[in-house]
Design a protein around this ligand. Sequence first.
Ligand code: MG
Length: 359
Amino acid sequence: MNRRDWIGAVSAAMFAPPPSPASLETEIVRLKLRHTWTTVMSSSEFRDTLHVRLRRDGITGSGEGAPIVRYKESAASARAAVLSIKDYLEQSDPRAFRKILDEVFRRIPEEWAAKAALDIALMDWVSQKMGVPLYRYFGLDAKDAPLTTFSIGIDTPEITRQKVREAEAFPVLKIKVGLDTDEATLDAVRSVTRKPLRVDANEGWKSKEEAVRKIKGLEGMGVELIEQPLPASMLEEARWMRGKVNIPIFADEACLRAADVPKLAGAFDGINIKLDKCGGVMEAYKMIHTARSLGLKVMLGCMISSSVTITAAAHLSPLVDYADLDGNLLIANDPYRGVTVDKGKLILPQGNGLGLRKA
Ligand code: MG
């Protein structure tokens, strides 16, 4: 090769497009619930989540985001947000995922489920490309994955008892409260089990006095922690309330992303992180370390999702104190298999990336 050919070959290599362009696909998947799911927020028979698949170099990265109605998100709005930056994503090299995610967060206002779906797909792709399970990318040990709770939605005492019996394999339960049926719900649960409980009020108690009264009623009932007793905006009331009760209080709706964490120290004992709420694995990782630096405990929670999101969250779970990663167990038509549960303990899959298989 003469000098001119050599310079031509080098510059062609430097300026050539990536050898295998990426393709990005979206799909809205309707997840059917095993039981009608009722919380303070809503009651439903199914949930639609947005799935994305990022393909390049023969590797497919899978992501999912569950839109949250409270933040005016829908599967359609999440899909529109992803499609708005499809060209940019297909032209980017996913190995530079940090830069891509910064750009995704800059270009997509709100639409956290869309951002979560893209982040999860990128991290699945990148860790497959590196040839490691995602938890290895973070330097974690799968044996440190915690127990997960199984959640019992709000229902009649009879169905609540039946759900608690069905959840026999789980050593800790999460009980949804916050309507005027709270006492009957707890009585129904306690009539069939002595297991430790975590209680989630989903902002359902409307004054600090009501919250203190309800929490006092739960003291001595084997309740490990209570999530979001008061509306998210009532931060000063939460601080007052925490000084009057003896059960640890966790922020969920009051804690969306890393920037929310510092103001919660002193008003809460811990935070509940969800990938759909914060925009994915990398933001969740940032939240975990922010919370730790402030002495806050950490829970990883979820929305109703398939095994894609639940498995992505589970890969971070060796870092946290508590897990509530059961969203995939509440649905009847999960399209994937990933993380599994053995007597409540999260078992991470050993494949590269998220380690997902088609169901
Ligand atoms: Mg919650």
